[in-house]
Design a protein around this ligand. Structure first.
Ligand SMILES: *Cc1c(COP(=O)(O)O)cnc(C)c1O
Length: 397
């Protein structure tokens, strides 16, 4: 870990974020000194228990929830799995129909596919060219046997923010359970579970400068869903297992930090985001901004560049010390284009040329300038090697 790392420009904050130094500092004593099991009676254990409850309160306050409505999990994927599987099971006497969208994270999509195998029926709503869910289409999809709606707060690839408050109001009126995967949104935009009318909400610490492997599921009081892990009485007997105390403390510290810095983070990232978008659109021909221009996460930039492969762009950016992503980290490694980019209507070959740059508040305008200058050269070099581009230029005459 030498020079390259120090000169690196990290623009993949949607994949994961750096654990903030004050978060690591808050966690350390819970490995070394205060390592007791929170379920024990002596001081060492009750200290740990106090820290867990403190973190739970911080996180509950951040979303306008009650402490006892926060259940710690091993991350966002686990929270999504729990919410969908357990709610489907608990409400299956009422019906077996679930509504979600085509652009959800795989933690939701693959869980829905699993539930289909278990006899549930799932409607995958289309989105428009910006990635927005159509409220009328949602209303039309609701049936008497619909038991659950799961729609993400903000998309991890294209950054589009969905009309969650509107969807929540509809779900409430119809008496249907509503879950939102807010993993990308938590710590990036303000969230309030009552204003949004959500019954369940997933979040993950490592997307907001907290540690990996810890997340939470908010479950509104009164929602009847089964335990995710059976065993001890931890997490009100709904998710057994000795608490990940350092992780939970780190999650709490990350949320505290995120809440305190939220307005400033949004302001800084939005300026950089729009500057980056503007320069790319002005200076690189044949590109398209993916995702909604304004209903968009402050730190998300996603472009499709015609005639080139995203993977080649990533390798060449990496050689310049720039960390980026071509789709979601989970889709990279397979040759299929991202399901999100296909759902917003991109053709396969255009979806393949997509690049996601996700910022944080520490990025600078100078970094953005460096990235655009390098990207311009890379796109041009790759196009010069592309037979598709050659064809295109020839046809242009
Ligand atoms: C990262 C992410 C997840 C998965 O969270 P993990 O903590 O990595 O399991 C789920 N949904 C969305 C939208 C994400 O961005």
């Amino acid at each position: 870990m030498g020079k390259e790392v120090r000169n690196m420009i990290y623009l993949d904050n949607a994949a994961t974020t750096k654990t903030a130094p004050e978060v690591v500092e808050a966690m350390l004593p819970y490995f070394t000194e205060c390592y007791g099991n929170p379920s024990t009676v002596y001081g060492l254990g009750s200290e740990a228990k106090k820290a867990v409850n403190q973190a739970r309160r911080t996180i509950a306050d951040a979303i306008g929830a009650k402490q006892e409505e926060i259940y710690f999990t091993a991350g966002g994927s686990e929270a999504d799995n729990w919410a969908l599987k357990a709610a489907a099971e608990a409400y299956s006497a009422k019906g077996k129909h679930i509504i979600t969208t085509k652009i959800e994270h795989h933690a939701v999509l693959h869980t829905c596919q699993y539930l289909e195998k278990q006899g549930f029926e799932v409607t995958y709503l289309d989105v428009d060219g910006d990635g927005l869910v159509d409220i009328e289409a949602l209303k039309a999809a609701i049936r008497p046997d619909t038991i659950l709606i799961s729609i993400m707060y903000a998309n991890n690839e294209i950054g589009t923010i969905e009309p969650i408050a509107q969807i929540g109001a509809i779900a409430k009126e119809k008496g249907i359970l509503f879950h939102t995967d807010a993993v990308q949104a938590f710590g990036q935009v303000p969230l309030n579970v009552d204003e949004l009318n959500v019954d369940m909400l997933s979040a993950s610490a490592h997307k907001l400068n907290g540690p990996k492997g810890i997340g939470m599921l908010y479950i509104r009081t009164g929602v009847k869903i089964r335990s995710f892990v059976h065993g001890g009485a931890q997490e009100r007997s709904r998710r057994a297992g000795t608490e990940n105390v350092p992780g939970i403390v780190g999650f709490g510290a990350a949320v505290k930090r995120a809440v305190a810095g939220l307005d400033e983070k949004i302001r800084k990232e939005t300026i950089l985001r729009d500057y980056l978008i503007e320069r790319i659109e002005k200076e690189i021909p044949y590109c398209r901004l993916n995702g909604h221009r304004t209903k968009r996460l402050p730190g998300n930039v996603n472009f499709a560049f015609q005639f080139i492969e995203g993977e080649s762009m990533l390798i060449m950016l990496d050689m310049k010390g720039i960390c980026a992503s071509s789709g979601s980290a989970c889709t990279s490694g397979s040759l299929d284009p991202s399901h999100v980019l296909l759902a917003i209507g991109l053709k396969h070959e255009i979806a393949h040329g997509s690049l996601r740059l996700t910022l944080n508040e520490e990025n600078t305008k100078e970094e953005m300038d460096f990235v655009v200058d390098e990207l311009k050269k890379i796109v041009q070099r790759l196009r010069e090697m592309s037979p598709l581009y050659e064809d295109f230029v020839r046809k242009q005459g």
